[in-house]
Design a binder for this molecule. Structure first.
Ligand SMILES: [Zn+2]
Length: 145
């Protein structure tokens, strides 16, 4: 007999090593639930991280732009693709070199806040990364990635 918390993926995606408290944000970013069942673990013990959040979604395979957004939630988010009940691939997300139309610029006089211009931020340095506005050079405020 399986219990409700034991739901195992057959074909879908596991988003693991989310920082504690970011599961809801991840679901919001991805517009979950869409079709299949979603199971969410919050404040789950993790050998490497202390505590983490985890989201498992049956029937969902993410697009590149969705992975890029997820990558902004934390430094070591892992996405596993499950097919036929087995992990087919596992990837630690990296943040893209350029964030296009993903985060707002917090400089009130930046052109992106005055004109219909999409924001562009350029990644700098090593982890934790900094992101600089391509228009006004203001550093963005994002989670530690
Ligand atoms: Zn700016």
């Amino acid at each position: 007999m399986s219990r409700p918390g034991d739901y195992r993926l057959v074909n879908g995606t596991v988003i693991d090593h989310l920082p504690v408290g970011s599961a809801a944000r991840a679901m919001d970013l991805l517009g979950l639930p869409r079709e299949g069942p979603v199971t969410v673990g919050i404040n789950v013990p993790s050998p490497s991280q202390g505590r983490k959040d985890i989201v498992r979604v049956e029937g969902l395979f993410l697009e590149k732009h969705e992975l890029d957004r997820l990558a902004l939630l934390g430094p070591s988010i892992t996405v596993s693709i499950v097919r036929g009940g087995k992990v087919a691939s596992k990837t630690v997300l990296d943040v893209p070199q350029r964030l296009v139309d993903m985060i707002p610029c917090r400089n009130p006089t930046c052109i992106t806040n005055a004109e219909p211009v999409v924001t562009v931020f350029v990644r700098e340095g090593e982890r934790p990364y900094r992101f600089r506005c391509a228009y006004c050079e203001r550093i963005a405020r994002v989670a530690k990635t």
